[in-house]
Design a protein around this ligand. Structure first.
Ligand code: THU
Length: 163
């Protein structure tokens, strides 16, 4: 005898960045600016992330690749780990993400990879505050998720460690 658990996720679709509210648009703009310092010579896929803290501070990061490929790190984790390392007591309230590529123009929103969702979810749980996720490309639609856990059902957390 088993039962079936069905989940649900939701995100908003905006036609372009200029239809966002100012806070979201500013964060996405900061993420786009952060792309310029990405170090992605191997993939040619340059990602920028901007983390908004509860006092209005914005911390940015970008992907950092390595000749030993798995040793690199995504933009979102660079940004959120830097934010937490510098401002451990400030709540993380939102993150904006964007990317460019040497091979093609990026006209669809860039979602965070699974490992970054897991890393971001840690801070949602720590601060008991949802992290708004603003996903953009160079142009085109923008997706907004009200939280990270919304995009990461059945996540592993400190509860599973008995903490
Ligand atoms: N990457 C990110 O920085 N964030 C994402 O959300 C997806 C992927 C990076 C990792 C790697 O440096 C390059 O993009 C190609 O996967």
């Amino acid at each position: 005898m088993s039962k079936q658990i069905t989940g649900n996720y939701t995100y908003e679709v905006y036609p372009s960045a200029d239809t966002l509210n100012k806070t979201d648009n500013d964060l996405l703009t900061a993420a786009k600016r952060a792309i310029l310092n990405a170090y992605a010579p191997y993939s040619g896929f340059n990602v920028g992330a901007a983390v908004l803290l509860d006092d209005g501070t914005i911390v940015t990061g970008n992907n950092q690749e390595n000749a030993a490929y798995p040793s690199g790190l995504c933009a979102e984790r660079v940004a959120v780990f830097y934010a937490s390392s510098q401002h451990p007591a400030k709540k993380i309230v939102a993150i904006g993400i964007s990317a460019t590529s040497r091979d093609q123009s990026i006209n669809v929103p860039v979602p965070p990879c699974g490992a970054c969702r897991q890393a971001l979810a840690e801070y949602e749980i720590k601060f008991e505050t949802p992290i708004r996720l603003i996903m953009g490309g160079e142009s085109g639609e923008v997706f907004i998720s009200p939280s990270i856990s919304n995009l990461l059902p059945l996540l592993f957390s400190s509860k599973n460690l008995g903490k």
